[in-house]
Design a protein around this ligand. Structure first.
Ligand code: NAG
Ligand code: NAG
Ligand code: NAG
Ligand code: NAG
Ligand code: NAG
Length: 431
């Protein structure tokens, strides 16, 4: 009798040991589910690794972590990402971008007319107001739906992931803006289905960003402020999380504030310097484009340097070499009123949830423009605490989506799956 107990005991021990050694020494299983951030300007794919519990964001063939959300139709076929961007200038009517703005959304005739002004490609609405892009290649005209543009981008990313994993990618988790309604969510899922992928779940971008920082593991209630400042828009959300359950308490945003506006201020300043220095205003398109690129570079450099030197040859002004020093303080002064505007939606979400800055436990920054030191400083001062910043703000969403994908794929070490409670809050617009 006692010997049979010993035998059972020994076999249990053997099983435990086998499990332990398997975890320790066998290669971890490849990710079964991947995470995709299908963004307005850039899209990325990531995977969660069992055992180490960390996320890698896949580099595509040419070494970039994310690809531009751009798809071009050419006589040689369909191009995606950087390849599409490279030929955009020569093929403006068939190079599609910003498709996320149109996905699953109805447009009135008036809204469509407004939108058309911003794009070289042709927009067309069906009787229900659903938008498609009209392209003309090989002498024939074709309509391409926004979810088809999404399909090309997702396929490109999934193929890169398959090359990396040497395995088929069949299941994904994707992120969507918190404000997306059911129809926009359905069409986002359709993008994935067209790429032959099973979209297990959609999660809101602010929730994903919070998960990137492991905030889904908080057991006591936490209030999280997510500030997403990108190229052209600012979105602020207030989330409450407890035991893996996320609830969006409030959202506010400004659709006309972001990196492009900060660039424009610096651009105007430099154009002013040029016209007073040379007595001529800069009109040449190529020179202006050259200056624009320098401005973007200067803005990026000013996140790590106190001063930058902008220098370029102006062909339209007798090949004069224009150079001008710009300090971080100067850049901040030029944009002082715009940076101030970042606080407006933050205050709106605090007011509407009746929270004080000290009631917010964590601050998460998303979007390239949150790298600007002054923006971090202003948010810190306003809220009385430092935001989380150690994850690249442009990769926070894809990192969080990949964590969720890992959890749904049952990867070890297991964590509670994050769940989003349905929220009926509407985004408040501020200017
Ligand atoms: C992955 O996790 C391990 C162990 O936690 C860590 O040592 C390693 O640096 C991580 N790798 C990456 C690429 O982050
Ligand atoms: C145009 O025709 C060529 C040759 O038949 C083909 O390879 C290419 O994919 C076509 N382009 C598109 C966008 O269909
Ligand atoms: C897969 O991607 C990771 C992260 O970009 C990289 O470190 C690794 O070398 C890649 N592996 C293969 C086989 O391409
Ligand atoms: C979205 O899809 C679900 C499930 O297929 C369906 O029940 C729902 O009616 C759809 N909603 C809209 C607004 O299209
Ligand atoms: C930005 O930094 C890079 C690398 O240090 C440098 O090559 C470039 O000239 C800088 N550009 C500007 C406009 O500051």
């Amino acid at each position: 009798m006692s010997s049979s107990f010993i035998i059972i005991g020994t076999s249990i021990l053997a099983l435990l040991l086998a499990g332990y050694f398997a975890q320790k020494y066998l290669p971890p299983p490849p990710p079964k589910v991947v995470g995709i951030d299908l963004g307005t300007t850039y899209s990325c794919i990531g995977m969660y690794h069992a055992v180490s519990g960390n996320v890698t964001i896949l580099e595509t063939q040419d070494g970039h972590k994310c690809i531009p959300s751009v798809v071009a139709f050419t006589e040689d076929g369909v191009l995606v990402g950087y390849k599409a961007v490279a030929q955009a200038e020569h093929n403006p009517f068939n190079t599609l971008y910003d498709a996320k703005r149109f996905i699953g959304k109805k447009f009135t005739d008036e809204e469509l007319k407004e939108a058309q002004k911003q794009y070289a490609f042709k927009l067309q609405a069906d009787p229900l107001g659903m938008v498609t892009f009209l392209i003309e290649v090989n002498g024939t005209q074709n309509a391409v739906a926004p979810e088809e543009v999404g399909y090309y981008i997702i396929s490109e990313l999934a193929r890169a992931a398959e090359r990396n994993l040497s395995a088929r990618v069949k299941r994904v988790v994707m992120s969507v803006p918190a404000e997306f309604d059911d129809m926009q969510r359905n069409y986002t899922i359709k993008s994935g289905s067209l790429a032959d992928l099973d979209v297990l779940r959609l999660i809101n971008e602010p929730t994903a960003a919070a998960m990137a920082y492991g905030l889904h593991k908080k057991t006591s209630p936490h209030n999280i402020l997510v500030v997403d400042l990108g190229g052209g828009t600012l979105d602020v959300s207030l989330l409450n999380v407890q035991g893996g359950m996320f609830l969006t308490q409030a959202m506010a945003g400004n659709n006309h504030l972001g990196g492009q506006d900060f660039n424009q201020r610096l651009m105007n300043h430099l154009l002013g310097v040029i016209s007073s220095r040379y007595g001529l205003s800069l009109k040449d398109k190529e020179d202006i484009q050259g200056l624009r690129l320098k401005v973007e570079e200067a803005k990026l450099n000013l996140t790590s340097q106190q001063e930058v030197l902008i220098s370029l040859t102006l062909h339209s002004l007798d090949n004069v070499v224009f150079s001008e020093k710009i300090s971080r303080t100067q850049f901040e002064k030029l944009n002082a009123d715009l940076f101030e505007k970042v606080l407006i939606p933050i205050n709106r979400v605090l007011e509407s949830t009746e929270l004080l800055p000290e009631d917010v436990d964590e601050i998460v920054l998303v979007g390239g423009s949150t790298r600007i030191p002054k923006v971090i400083e202003m948010v810190s001062e306003h809220m009385g605490k430092r935001p989380n910043t150690h994850i690249d703000p442009e990769l926070a969403v894809v990192t969080g989506v990949s964590v969720q994908a890992g959890i749904l794929g049952g990867m070890w070490p297991l964590t509670v799956s994050a769940v989003e409670l349905p929220s009926r809050v509407k985004k408040m617009r501020v200017h």
